[in-house]
Design a protein. Structure first.
Lengths: 288, 409, 318
C-alpha cells in the first residue's frame, strides 16, 4: 500500500512537470498545427540559462526561468515570423515546417555543444535533496517545487487562454481564421503572440528540468516523444486534456517502474498512446 | 673503385637515415569528443597531448617527433570503421590507439585486426572477450575477468562484515557497461552466498529514480549494488537521500561519482557510499609522476569545459600512451608484432603504477579500487583533491583506511 | 521495363555504376573510400525508401529508425540462431520489416497527417524497448558480430563485399522507386498525397495503394539495416534506434526534392557526402550542424528541393 501511494504521488509530481514541458507544444501544435519539433530544444536552452545565472549569481532557478521568459517570448515571436514568411504565407506547411524545425533543433543543440561542451550541468538550491514526509508518503522537494511551479504555469496559461480576449483569439484562430478576422483580430499577430507565449513557457520548463536532474545538450531528445505523445493523447487543442494526459503518462511510467520493472516503462507509455490513437484518434478530450 | 662505391653507398644510407629521422611518428585514433561520452573523451585527449609534449621535449620517440592524427567519432559506432580505415589507409599512421568507451572501441576491432595493428585501448569493458585478439591491450585496471572483477571488491567487503549481510539488490541501466557489470555482480553475490531480492534494469532516459529506490527499499536489502551512468548515478544518489534508503552497503558500479562536477553537486549526499574508482589522492596511490601530471592536467583543463580535477580518466590516458611509448623505445621499432610481444611480456612503470597485461590484453591482476566517501562538505570542490575525502577500502594492497559500516541505519 | 529511351539510358547508367563500384574494389586498395561510401549508400537507401511513403504518398514516417533497427536485429537474431548466409539474412530482414510496414499501413486507415507521424514514432519507441529487453540478441548490452575470416570468392576484403552488396541494394531500390514514380501505381499514390478524399471518390483503391507503399518502404528500410551489424561489428539499441537515422531519412528527400525519384538520391549524395567529409576533416559534431543548416536553408529557399529548382530552371530555359 505504501509503495502504491508513493508510486501515484511520484507519478503525479513527474506528470505535472511533463505538462509544463508540453503546454507550449499544446499551443503551437495542438492549436496552431505548427509541428514545432524544436520545442524540447528550447527547453534545454532554458535549462542552460538557469544554470548560467544560478551558478554565477546564485539566483533560484525557478526565478531565473520566470525572469527569462519575456526574452524567450520575443525569440518565439521572431521564429514565428520567419516560419510565417517562409511557409504559412505560401501555404507550404506541415512537411516543410517540420523539416524547418528539425533544422532549428539541430542548430540549437550543436550551438550549445560548441559553446558549453557536453559536460552535465547542475543547479544548486536549498531545497534539492530535502524531502517531506506525509504519513507513509515521502515527497522530495526536488520534485515538489517543480510540481508547484509547473501547476502554476500551466494553470496560468489555461486561464489566460480561456479568459482573456487575446487568449480566446488564439483558441479561435485555430478553429476559424476568417471568423476571427471578422471579429477584428489579425490572425498573424495572434499566432505570433501565441508562438511567443509557447516559447516563453520553455524558459520556465527548462529551469524545472535542471532542478529535477542534470542536463546536457542532447537530453532534449527524449522529451520529443513524450511532449508530442502528451499533446496528442490529451487531444489537440485541449489544454486541460493535455494536463490530464501528462499526469496519466507520469503515473503510468511510475507504476510500471515500481511494480513491473523500469525498463518496460517507455513501451507501456507509448503503447498506451498507440492504443488511444487506434481507438480514438482525436485523443481523450480533443475536438473530434 | 670499389672503395668509392662503398663510401658512396654509406653516404647515401646515412643521408637516408637522417631524412627518415626527420619524419614524425604519427599516432592515429578516433576519440569521443562530442556525444554522451564527450566530456571524458575531451579530458583524455588533453592527457594524451600532455604525454605527447612531454615525449617530444625529451627528444621524441626513436629520435623522431610524435604527432597525433585524430577525428571525433561523436560516440557514434557507425563513424568508427571509416575513421580507422582513413587513419590506416589514407593518413598512413604508424601506430593506432582506441577511442574511449566500449561502443566506439568495438567497431574499430575489425579494422585493426585486419591490419594486424597493436591496439592499446582506453576503458572498454570486456571488449576482447568477443574477439580474442592477441594484440589488444586494455589500460582499465578491471582485471583478467573484467565483468566479475568489476564488483568483486564490493562483495568481498560486504562478506567481510560481521554480522554478514544476507540480501542484495541489483539495479542497472539498460546499456552495455551497466548490464555487464550487473551480470558480474550477480555472479559475485551468488558466490558469496547472498540472496538476491531485487534485480531489475531501467531505461537510460529515466528522469526520476524515486519509484525505483522505493521499490528497492520495499524489499529491505542489506546491500544495494548500482551499475549506472552519470546522470542516473546522480539521480540514484539524490533519490536515495530523499527516500532515506536504509541499507548497510550502497554503491558499487556508479559511473559519474568520480567526476568533479557531480562530486561537488552531490556533496554530503555521497557520505558513506562505497563505489569503484581507479585513482584517488591517497598515500597508497602516490605513484611516481602522477601528482606532477595532475598539476599539468589541471592547468590545461581550465576553461575547457572538462573535469577540472581529472582523477578518473586522464591518468590512465597518459599511462596507456606511456606503455606504447616505452614499448616503441624498448623494441626500437614500429613493427606491430614486436610491439605486441613486448607489451605482453613486460611490466611497465607508469603514472598509475606498475602495469602488466594478461593473455587477453586485460590487466593480469585487478586493481579496481573500492573507495568510500567520507566527511564530505557541501559545495566544496577542493576537498576532493585532498587525502581523506575518498578512503580506499579495497584491494588490501592499496587500502588507506577502514570502512564505516553500515551506510545508513 | 524498356518502354522508352529514357528507360534504356537509366538501366545502362545503373549497370555501369554497379560495375564501376565492383571494379573499384579491385583497383582501389584503400578501404577508407568504401567504408565512407557504405555510409552514404545506406543513407540513400533509407531516403529512397522513406520517400516512397513520404514524398510519393504524402504520409510522414517519423519512426524510420524503428524499421532500420528491426532489420538489423532480425539479422542479429537469425545469424545467432541459424547462422544463415548474408543474402538470406537480407531477405529475412525485408520480410520482417515489410510485415511491420503492412501493420503501419493499416494504422493509416485511422490516422492522417501528423497523427500518423506520431504513431510511427510511438511504434519505433515501443520496438526499441522490446529489443532492449530481449536478452537473446544482447538487449541493452549490445551484440557483437564478428566478420568471418574468409571472404566469399570475388572480393578481397569483407568491407569490399559489404560495399558492393549495399551498392546493389541501393541501386535496386532506386530502380523500384523510379518505376513507382512513373507508373500508374505512382499516379495513384500522388492522388492520395494531393487529396485522399477526392482520390477515394475517383475510384482510386487508396487502402491497397497505401499498404503497398508502407510495405515497400518497410521492406527497403529493413534491407538498409540488414548489413549494418556486420559493418559496425558491435550493435546496441541506442545506436541502432538513433534519432539521426530517422532525421536523415526525412532531411535527404526534402533537400533533394520529394516528388521525384531522383530527389532522395541527390539529397543523399549531397548531405551524406558532406557529413562524411566533415566527420573526417573537421569535427563530427559539425556534421549534425550541417544537416541542420542545410535543412533550414533548403526548406526556406527551395521548398521543392534541388530537383524542384532544376525543374524550374529547365522550364524557364524552354
Amino acid at each position: 500500500m505504501d509503495l502504491f501511494a508513493n508510486a501515484i504521488v511520484a507519478g503525479v509530481l513527474l506528470g505535472a512537470f511533463y505538462a509544463a514541458v508540453a503546454v507550449g507544444l499544446a499551443i503551437t501544435f495542438g492549436q496552431l498545427d505548427i509541428v514545432n519539433i524544436a520545442h524540447p530544444a528550447f527547453v534545454i536552452v532554458g535549462s542552460y540559462i538557469a544554470w548560467i545565472v544560478n551558478s554565477r549569481l546564485g539566483i533560484d532557478p525557478v526565478l531565473v526561468g520566470v525572469l527569462a521568459s519575456p526574452l524567450f517570448f520575443v525569440a518565439g515571436a521572431l521564429v514565428y515570423r520567419v516560419y510565417y514568411a517562409a511557409f504559412e504565407r505560401t501555404g507550404q506547411e506541415s512537411l516543410s515546417g517540420l523539416a524547418f524545425f528539425f533544422g532549428v533543433m539541430f542548430i540549437i543543440e550543436v550551438s550549445l555543444i560548441l559553446v558549453y561542451g557536453v559536460d552535465y550541468r547542475n543547479v544548486t538550491a536549498s531545497y534539492i535533496g530535502e524531502s517531506i514526509e506525509l504519513g507513509y508518503v515521502g515527497i522530495p522537494l526536488r520534485l515538489l517545487v517543480p510540481f508547484l511551479a509547473a501547476s502554476l504555469m500551466t494553470g496560468g496559461v489555461w486561464l489566460y487562454l480561456s479568459r482573456t480576449f487575446t487568449g480566446r483569439a488564439i483558441l479561435a484562430v485555430a478553429q476559424d481564421r476568417l471568423a476571427l478576422q471578422l471579429m477584428g483580430a489579425d490572425p498573424v499577430r495572434i499566432k505570433q503572440w501565441a508562438f511567443g507565449l509557447a516559447i516563453g513557457t520553455t524558459a520556465i520548463a527548462g529551469a524545472l528540468l535542471i532542478i529535477i536532474g542534470p542536463v546536457e545538450p542532447s537530453v532534449g531528445r527524449v522529451y520529443i516523444g513524450r511532449a508530442f505523445a502528451v499533446v496528442v493523447l490529451g487531444g489537440m487543442g485541449s489544454i486541460p486534456g493535455m494536463i490530464i494526459a501528462a499526469l496519466l503518462l507520469g503515473v503510468v511510467e511510475s507504476f510500471v517502474s515500481t511494480f513491473a520493472g523500469p525498463s518496460w516503462a517507455p513501451a507501456v507509455a507509448f503503447g498506451v498512446l498507440l492504443l488511444t490513437l487506434a481507438v480514438r484518434p482525436s485523443g481523450l478530450f480533443g475536438r473530434a | 673503385m670499389k672503395f668509392v662505391k662503398v663510401c658512396f653507398a654509406l653516404a647515401v644510407a646515412a643521408f637516408a637515415g637522417l631524412a627518415a629521422a626527420a619524419d614524425p611518428i604519427k599516432i592515429g585514433f578516433g576519440m569521443a569528443l562530442t556525444g554522451p561520452l564527450g566530456g571524458n573523451g575531451k579530458a583524455a585527449l588533453i592527457a594524451m597531448e600532455i604525454w605527447k609534449d612531454d615525449v617530444n621535449k625529451a627528444g621524441g620517440l626513436l629520435g623522431r617527433k610524435v604527432e597525433f592524427v585524430y577525428y571525433d567519432d561523436a560516440t557514434q559506432p557507425k563513424n568508427v570503421p571509416s575513421i580507422y580505415t582513413k587513419l590506416l589507409d589514407v593518413d598512413k599512421v604508424d601506430l593506432v590507439v582506441s577511442s574511449y568507451g566500449t561502443n566506439v572501441i568495438a567497431p574499430a576491432m575489425a579494422v585493426v585486426m585486419r591490419k594486424k595493428m597493436a591496439f592499446p585501448a582506453l576503458f572498454g569493458l570486456a571488449v576482447n572477450d568477443q574477439f580474442g585478439y592477441d594484440r589488444y591491450f586494455q589500460i582499465m585496471p578491471a582485471g583478467p575477468e573484467p565483468k566479475t572483477d568489476w564488483s568483486r571488491g564490493f562483495f568481498e567487503l560486504a562478506a567481510a562484515q560481521n554480522p554478514k549481510p544476507k540480501t542484495v539488490a541489483i539495479v542497472a541501466a539498460d546499456s552495455e557497461f551497466a548490464l555487464n557489470a550487473a551480470a558480474g555482480a550477480r555472479k559475485n553475490a551468488e558466490a558469496k552466498g547472498f540472496k538476491i531480492v531485487y534485480d531489475k534494469t531501467y531505461p537510460p532516459p529515466t528522469t526520476d529514480f524515486t519509484p525505483i529506490v522505493r521499490a528497492i527499499q520495499a524489499e529491505n536489502p542489506d546491500v544495494v549494488f548500482v551499475a549506472s551512468y552519470p546522470p542516473d548515478s546522480a539521480g540514484m544518489v539524490k533519490a536515495a537521500n530523499e527516500v532515506g534508503l536504509k541499507a548497510k552497503l550502497f554503491g558499487g558500479g556508479m559511473v559519474g561519482l568520480q567526476y568533479a562536477t557531480f562530486q561537488k553537486n552531490l556533496g554530503p549526499m555521497l557520505e558513506n557510499i562505497v563505489n569503484y574508482d581507479f585513482w584517488v589522492p591517497a598515500p597508497t596511490l602516490n605513484f611516481p609522476g602522477v601528482n606532477e601530471f595532475l598539476k599539468k592536467y589541471q592547468h590545461e583543463a581550465e576553461g575547457k569545459g572538462v573535469d577540472p580535477l581529472g582523477h578518473y580518466l586522464p591518468p590512465y590516458a597518459y599511462a596507456y600512451m606511456q606503455v606504447l611509448g616505452q614499448a616503441v623505445e624498448a623494441t626500437k621499432s614500429l613493427d606491430q608484432g614486436k610491439l605486441a610481444e613486448y607489451m605482453h611480456s613486460h611490466t611497465f612503470k607508469t603514472v598509475v603504477g606498475d602495469v602488466k597485461f594478461g593473455k587477453n590484453g586485460e590487466w593480469a591482476t585487478s586493481r579496481m579500487l573500492m573507495v568510500q566517501f567520507r566527511n564530505i562538505k557541501p559545495n566544496d570542490l577542493e576537498q576532493f583533491s585532498k587525502v581523506g575525502s575518498r578512503v580506499v577500502l579495497y584491494p588490501p594492497a592499496f587500502k588507506s583506511g577502514d570502512i564505516v559500516y553500515p551506510y545508513k541505519q | 521495363m524498356f518502354r522508352s529511351r529514357a528507360d534504356v539510358v537509366f538501366w545502362v547508367v545503373l549497370v555501369a555504376v554497379f560495375l564501376a563500384g565492383l571494379g573499384a574494389t579491385y583497383v582501389v586498395k584503400n578501404e577508407y573510400y568504401f567504408t565512407a561510401l557504405y555510409g552514404i549508400l545506406q543513407a540513400m537507401l533509407m531516403a529512397v525508401a522513406w520517400n516512397i511513403l513520404g514524398g510519393f504518398t504524402g504520409y510522414v514516417n517519423f519512426g524510420s529508425a524503428g524499421f532500420f533497427a528491426l532489420g538489423a536485429y532480425t539479422v542479429v537474431f537469425l545469424d545467432k540462431a541459424l547462422g544463415l548466409p548474408l543474402p538470406l539474412l537480407i531477405v529475412a530482414a525485408a520480410l520482417v520489416c515489410g510485415l511491420l510496414g503492412l501493420g503501419v499501413g493499416y494504422l493509416s486507415l485511422r490516422l492522417k497527417g501528423v497523427y500518423f507521424a506520431i504513431a510511427t514514432l510511438a511504434t519505433a519507441i515501443v520496438l526499441e524497448t522490446l529489443i532492449t529487453n530481449w536478452r537473446y540478441v544482447g538487449g541493452g548490452r549490445g551484440a557483437y558480430l564478428v566478420a568471418p575470416a574468409e571472404v566469399p570468392f570475388l572480393f578481397s576484403s569483407y568491407v569490399d563485399m559489404l560495399f558492393v552488396v549495399m551498392l546493389a541494394l541501393t541501386l535496386g531500390a532506386v530502380a523500384i522507386s523510379r518505376y513507382l514514380n512513373a507508373s500508374r501505381l505512382g499516379r495513384g499514390l500522388a492522388a492520395i498525397r494531393d487529396d485522399e478524399g477526392a482520390a477515394e471518390c475517383a475510384g482510386v483503391p487508396t487502402l491497397r495503394l497505401k499498404l503497398i507503399s508502407t510495405t515497400l518502404m518497410g521492406a527497403l528500410m529493413g534491407v538498409a539495416g540488414a548489413p549494418y551489424p556486420f559493418f559496425v561489428t558491435f550493435i546496441d539499441p541506442a545506436s541502432a534506434f538513433n534519432l539521426f537515422v530517422a532525421v536523415n531519412a526525412i532531411a535527404m528527400p526534402m533537400i533533394g526534392g520529394t516528388a521525384h525519384w531522383l530527389g532522395p538520391v541527390i539529397g543523399a549524395i549531397l548531405v551524406g557526402g558532406t557529413q562524411e567529409v566533415v566527420t573526417v576533416t573537421v569535427k563530427a559534431e559539425y556534421s549534425v550542424l550541417v544537416v541542420g543548416i542545410m535543412l533550414v536553408l533548403f526548406i526556406t529557399l527551395a521548398p521543392q528541393g534541388i530537383v524542384g529548382l532544376a525543374q524550374k530552371y529547365l522550364r524557364r530555359r524552354k
